[in-house]
Design a protein around this ligand. Sequence first.
Ligand SMILES: *[C@@H]1O[C@H](CO)[C@@H](O)[C@H](O)[C@H]1NC(C)=O
Ligand SMILES: *[C@@H]1O[C@H](CO)[C@@H](O)[C@H](O)[C@H]1NC(C)=O
Ligand SMILES: *[C@@H]1O[C@H](CO)[C@@H](O)[C@H](O)[C@H]1NC(C)=O
Ligand SMILES: *[C@@H]1O[C@H](CO)[C@@H](O)[C@H](O)[C@H]1NC(C)=O
Ligand SMILES: *[C@@H]1O[C@H](CO)[C@@H](O)[C@H](O)[C@H]1NC(C)=O
Ligand SMILES: *[C@@H]1O[C@H](CO)[C@@H](O)[C@H](O)[C@H]1NC(C)=O
Ligand SMILES: *[C@@H]1O[C@H](CO)[C@@H](O)[C@H](O)[C@H]1NC(C)=O
Ligand SMILES: *[C@@H]1O[C@H](CO)[C@@H](O)[C@H](O)[C@H]1NC(C)=O
Ligand SMILES: *[C@@H]1O[C@H](CO)[C@@H](O)[C@H](O)[C@H]1NC(C)=O
Ligand SMILES: *[C@@H]1O[C@H](CO)[C@@H](O)[C@H](O)[C@H]1NC(C)=O
Ligand SMILES: *[C@@H]1O[C@H](CO)[C@@H](O)[C@H](O)[C@H]1NC(C)=O
Length: 489
Amino acid sequence: MADIHSPSGRFHLHHQRRRVVGTLSYHQILVVVLWASLFACIFVWQRSAVNVLRVYRRGPPPQAPMLRPVVFNLTDFGGVGDGVTLNTMAFERAVEAISKFSERGGGQLNVQRGVWLTAPFNLTSHMTLFLAEGAVILGIEDEKYWPLMPPLPSYGYGREKKGPRYGSLIHGQYLKDVVITGHNGTIDGQGEMWWSKFREKLLKHTRGPLVQIMWSRDIVISNITLRNPPFWTLHPYDCKNVTISNVTILAPVHNAPNTDGIDPDSCEDMVIENCYIHVGDDGIAIKSGWDQYGIAYGRPSTNILIRNVVLRTVVSAGVSIGSEMSGGISNITLENIHVWDSRRGVRIKTAPGRGGYVRDISYRNLTFDNLSLGIVVKTDYNEHPDDGFDPEAIPCVENISFHGIYGRDVRIPVRIQGSEEIPLRGVSFRDMTVGVTKKKKRLFQCAHVFGRAIGKIFPAPCENLDHYDEQGRLVRRSTSQNSTLIDYD
Ligand SMILES: *[C@@H]1O[C@H](CO)[C@@H](O)[C@H](O)[C@H]1NC(C)=O
Ligand SMILES: *[C@@H]1O[C@H](CO)[C@@H](O)[C@H](O)[C@H]1NC(C)=O
Ligand SMILES: *[C@@H]1O[C@H](CO)[C@@H](O)[C@H](O)[C@H]1NC(C)=O
Ligand SMILES: *[C@@H]1O[C@H](CO)[C@@H](O)[C@H](O)[C@H]1NC(C)=O
Ligand SMILES: *[C@@H]1O[C@H](CO)[C@@H](O)[C@H](O)[C@H]1NC(C)=O
Ligand SMILES: *[C@@H]1O[C@H](CO)[C@@H](O)[C@H](O)[C@H]1NC(C)=O
Ligand SMILES: *[C@@H]1O[C@H](CO)[C@@H](O)[C@H](O)[C@H]1NC(C)=O
Ligand SMILES: *[C@@H]1O[C@H](CO)[C@@H](O)[C@H](O)[C@H]1NC(C)=O
Ligand SMILES: *[C@@H]1O[C@H](CO)[C@@H](O)[C@H](O)[C@H]1NC(C)=O
Ligand SMILES: *[C@@H]1O[C@H](CO)[C@@H](O)[C@H](O)[C@H]1NC(C)=O
Ligand SMILES: *[C@@H]1O[C@H](CO)[C@@H](O)[C@H](O)[C@H]1NC(C)=O
């Protein structure tokens, strides 16, 4: 069909007829009309066949539910979902219109099926952004459209470069009651341009996240897909009461630098559940500021529950805590976490100079499938914003429990490395069975670790831990808590 339709084909045909038929131009017209109607018939038939198939397979696309007292469509504000037209103004006008309803329950913006190209825009309070099935919000691939913003106060620094940083594609500050949801529509940052410019060192400023909500509360992000962020994907910063549920996050696992999935940063009361994350850096990374800037800002990440999440990353870890943790990180529960075909399962990372603490962390029911390392604690992650950090600011790492660790094909199930300066206290393991790829000498590596191993633990726990049986009776007290049997082979 495409071949017959091609202009050169038609020209060829036309040319031949003119030579044969000569001056009989009515004949010529007839032929053209006949061909045209034939094409029209085929075209209409094909389209209806496709439509019939679509209806047969999926039924009609579901209508957007009405989640706020007033509902707008992006098209009401001049939006065009053709993948080419820039919709920044339409989004801005929609947000402006919705902000007028903040006293009356807020407003909902439906983004219908289509591809909606846009530059970054800001959200407003009491707003629901609803992405229909087949709706794609596409970030423009030109950094001059991305506004510059001051660095985050707890980082003091653009993170990659000094000075200002690019804002996020979808951004919000000082908001209350914001929902981003839908029927699995997509927000796509077209990160490729940013990743290659970053690699070629062509960017003057730190790349922006895909979605960043700052100093806000009562945020729900659910039932959507986020893909190809320029930098981190979803970054709630100094927020309270955030729920992230049923979200799919996708970036290439190779050559997509710093594309973390979700970075709860100085956040309190947060749930992340039922998510699938497949990215080029940490799947989830809980943070709270960097060295002297994070200590001065002093906002911890606390009361965070992460459950039923499947993750993959070949560069970093499924779920990380740190390395920026200078405001403190506490009361984190992670359960039913599955990490597959990845470099590391879960990791805590810090260094002298960070200050702060990581405490009351509970990991339950972790499944590791084909990893290089399962559980990792690293206390010499020496990456600092500048020379102004205080090397005497020693972080405290304590009360970390691992309960129910399963899996197979893991090269080194455990490497928890404290140091003379940063000992790991109150570490406990209960019920662990992790199959290993090959019999290495050290499968459960520890340094400066204080704590206990309870019940059945495979591979056999390190010497540093006191051993208890299933009933909680002491079997053997450790005499070498400071032993440092780490093996980087
Ligand atoms: C929005 O678009 C849908 C179809 O996608 C239509 O049914 C609805 O009436 C529109 N709503 C408004 C407020 O224009
Ligand atoms: C969003 O709001 C922030 C804070 O007011 C501002 O710095 C930024 O430029 C705004 N972004 C856009 C795209 O208007
Ligand atoms: C949502 O879309 C993503 C990307 O197309 C897909 O991988 C995922 O399975 C979808 N989620 C649901 C619940 O349909
Ligand atoms: C948290 O946010 C949700 C969604 O906006 C809201 O329903 C709930 O009341 C909030 N919880 C608290 C304790 O503020
Ligand atoms: C998310 O999708 C599920 C079904 O997949 C549905 O039950 C739920 O209501 C949706 N949430 C929203 C906010 O639309
Ligand atoms: C997530 O999906 C489940 C099942 O499809 C649904 O019950 C739940 O309401 C959804 N969560 C949200 C916050 O939409
Ligand atoms: C710890 O966090 C959970 C939420 O994951 C919360 O329910 C609980 O109250 C918090 N505990 C304390 C002591 O704050
Ligand atoms: C443990 O987590 C896996 C998913 O990673 C889940 O299938 C399984 O049901 C969980 N087990 C329990 C006892 O909750
Ligand atoms: C294990 O994961 C690595 C890294 O993603 C992958 O290259 C390899 O194919 C996986 N092995 C198996 C047996 O699936
Ligand atoms: C250890 O942390 C858990 C939560 O992760 C908490 O319930 C418990 O009270 C803490 N124990 C100590 C001794 O601080
Ligand atoms: C282990 O090192 C700590 C300092 O990190 C020290 O206080 C303690 O006495 C040492 N314990 C043993 C058993 O050597």
